[in-house]
Ligand binder design. Structure first.
Ligand code: ADP
Ligand code: MG
Length: 278
């Protein structure tokens, strides 16, 4: 479906009280003028008759940080698969901004349009330095750096340094990636994703296996990305989710069970029953 008027929400003007800052997170070709960067509406995905997503409706505002929680099998990974084009919905619509119909785009086109996904296992190059890994990630972004010149421009060097600083690895630019701690490897992977300048970042269980200190640092990192990026995080570590201090969506049986801040969600009886326990 390509009719933009099909969605009531996409057609409506959202009042952000004049403080709306989403425009700068939109890349070329992406229209987030209504303040919403992702529209998932009435999406159903069935596997052999089982509904992994069941008429799911879910929105993300441009520039927000959102946590997606819920029991195993709730459909969290399937939702990310639908957004990235890996899985196609049986019914429903998925739009990136007002105008990009993700169900009509290939996985590659979706990545180019500005949706980046970080998987749990880092896919960094262990034999190369932090700098080289970031450089490689930048060079794959052909739409911006069209020529693969032997020498990096000052601007490109700056871009690598800025990202290294964001992920806390500025002091480790010359370290071999294979020698980094588990947490640092995860941050490098995130940095490689950032080098592609995505507008929407999907992050699956970022703190699994991290030390407490690394977990805290990751929370700071993700919070710092919000505003200039939209970030959707799936995580089971409730202390971590709480420390992010942003809106939480609870998924259950392929639909939204509850949405709100962590305190509200934790008090919700249905959420306690199906997920959090007493
Ligand atoms: P979560 O990430 O919340 O744990 P998933 O999205 O991975 O949940 O899975 C939702 C449901 O869909 C689960 O019951 C899972 O077994 C099922 N499922 C996911 N992917 C497939 C697939 N490719 N084939 C069959 N069933 C699947
Ligand atoms: Mg999952």
């Amino acid at each position: 479906m390509t009719d933009n008027r099909a969605s009531a929400k996409r057609g409506e003007k959202v009042d952000h009280g004049g403080s709306y800052t989403g425009a700068h997170v939109a890349g070329p070709g992406l229209d987030t003028s209504h303040g919403v960067i992702l529209y998932v509406e009435n999406v159903t995905v069935s596997f052999d008759g089982f509904r992994a997503l069941d008429a799911l409706t879910f929105y993300l505002d441009a520039g927000e940080l959102r946590c997606l929680i819920g029991p195993n099998g709730a459909g969290k990974t399937t939702l990310m698969d639908v957004i990235t084009g890996k899985t196609r919905p049986d019914t429903g619509t998925v739009f990136f901004g007002n105008n990009l119909d993700l169900t009509q785009m290939s996985e590659y086109e979706i990545a180019l349009a500005g949706i980046g996904r970080k998987f749990q296992r880092p896919t960094i190059f262990h034999g190369h330095t932090v700098f080289e890994n970031l450089e490689l990630a930048m060079r794959t972004r052909k739409t911006v750096w069209t020529t693969l010149r032997a020498k990096l421009s000052g601007e490109q060097q700056d871009s690598i340094s800025a990202t290294a600083e964001t992920i806390g690895l500025l002091e480790h630019l010359d370290s071999r990636a294979g020698l980094l701690s588990h947490g640092q490897k995860q941050w490098l992977e995130l940095g490689m994703l950032l080098m592609q300048a995505p507008q929407l970042l999907l992050v699956d269980e970022p703190v699994a296996g991290m030390t407490l200190q690394e977990t805290e640092r990751t929370a700071e990192l993700l919070v710092s990305l919000a505003g200039t990026h939209t970030v959707l995080v799936v995580e089971h570590d409730m202390e971590f989710v709480r420390s992010l201090g942003h809106k939480v969506t609870v998924l259950h049986e392929g639909a939204v069970l509850a949405e709100g801040n962590m305190n509200d969600v934790q008090k919700d009886r249905r959420v306690v029953e199906v997920y959090l326990g007493e």
